[in-house]
Design a protein around this ligand. Structure first.
Ligand SMILES: CN1CCN(C(=O)c2nonc2N)CC1
Length: 246
């Protein structure tokens, strides 16, 4: 998969692609991350990429011309078809399902805005989809792009080792993850649920599923709204709820 990123801070994007699971995916040839700086496509002597908003008011708006020229150059760098995404609070929320959808595409081009954002005419002409990583305001789209790169990069086949498998992650099946415990010299096994020490893999799997269901019910009941649980999950959750309310 190829991800091109339009950003005024290309070094930040490069660094995101050099660490952790994403860095390993790049090393394994599973992912390419290529930054493009709109300032390199500015046409005036001052290399301007922004200007004052029509109608007045605070802040600056990113000029359409450098962005369009930069996007054209990024598009031309590969024959792969691309979905062009603008990271903004006005976008649809990034979810695990959306991450999986994007991870299956051959190429993304992400546009990182700064200041008050992009000229709307560029958005209307060039952007396929706006995505938000949350209902808050960042100083630029680069951190949001880094989130998308990680969420999508780790889902590339071969990016995760068995021990890191994505299938068990929170939200993978729309539920929160169960609690995890490991060895501790200072704590020993104090506070570790006995089932996890039992060696009974069926019971451990049952406990983990029940914890995921129960935690989702307690912390994110919205994720269960409209979800039809099968008999097994419904019974596990009912048991968890009964114990919680006892
Ligand atoms: C122009 N710039 C404004 C700030 N910004 C965000 O707050 C954001 N991006 O994606 N999810 C978000 N929340 C990026 C775009």
């Amino acid at each position: 998969m190829r991800i091109d990123v339009l950003s005024l801070f290309p070094d930040f994007i490069r660094q995101c692609a050099q660490v952790g699971v994403v860095g390993r995916a790049v090393e394994r040839g599973l992912l390419t991350v290529e930054p493009w700086n709109p300032r390199d496509f500015a046409t005036d002597n001052y290399r301007r990429v922004d200007d004052r908003p029509f109608g007045g008011g605070p802040g600056m708006v990113m000029l359409p011309e450098p962005l369009s020229a930069c996007l054209a150059a990024a598009r031309a760098a590969s024959a792969l078809p691309a979905r062009v995404i603008y990271l903004s609070p006005q976008g649809k929320p990034l979810t695990q399902a959306k991450a999986r959808e994007l991870a299956a595409l051959p190429r993304l081009v992400m546009v990182c805005g700064r200041y008050e954002g992009l000229d709307e005419r560029f958005i209307e002409k060039e952007i396929d989809e706006e995505l938000s990583i949350g209902d808050y305001v960042l100083s630029g789209g680069e951190l949001a792009a880094a989130v998308v790169i990680d969420a999508v990069g780790r889902l590339q086949a071969g990016a995760l080792n068995d021990a890191e498998s994505a299938e068990q992650d929170s939200f993978e099946d729309g539920l929160l993850d169960c609690p995890h415990y490991t060895r501790s010299e200072s704590l020993g096994t104090e506070g570790v649920p006995a089932v996890l020490l039992s060696g009974d893999h069926a019971k451990i799997a049952r406990w983990r599923r029940q914890q995921s269901l129960g935690r989702t019910w307690l912390r994110r009941p919205d994720l269960l709204e409209g979800r039809v649980l099968d008999k097994k999950d419904a019974a596990l959750l009912a048991e968890f709820q009964a114990e919680w309310q006892a």
